[in-house]
Unconditional design. Sequence first.
Length: 192
Amino acid sequence: MRKLFVIYLIGFKILNLTAQTEDIIVYSWNEIAGCNPDTIYGLSFEKLKLDSIPKELSVFKNLKILNLGKNKLDELPEFVGDFKDLEVLDLSKNEFSIFPLPICKLTKLKKLIINRNLFESIPDCIKYCSELEEVDLWDTPITGLPEGFYSLSKLNVLDLTGLRFGPTFQENLLTKFPHTKISMEPPCNCMK
């Protein structure tokens, strides 16, 4: 009976965490004019053709969800690393040629969507995002993963679709993440 109760508690906690971010209202930037920044937990700048992030965003310290996808961003300001409660960050389809280092300060980050960018490597500091459960790198030309990435013990989903890795790399990845759903292309003879 005690084991069933523990299983119930674990299941409840997982469902509760999922429900917490799904219940958050995500506002667009133009909807929050005049709002108290402490009351905003989700913001979207999607498809605004931004090449930089407005400095005014820095006062929204309680953000849990931030969508900066489908813009023309090539860097993140340092203040993004100050969003200590951020759980979901979407940087998809931008122009990052270098992995944005402020991400490594987001220790509560659970979901990182950073697909369709231009960077080829991820820094080892990604290990500080120890709560990461989902990483989407689809069609981002990374050539491998740093050692720190393999310490992400909570990783449930990893999307490497559109990237070609050799069989040795793929076998190693599957060994280190046996319980993670990993999407990737068939192995090639192009890389280890």
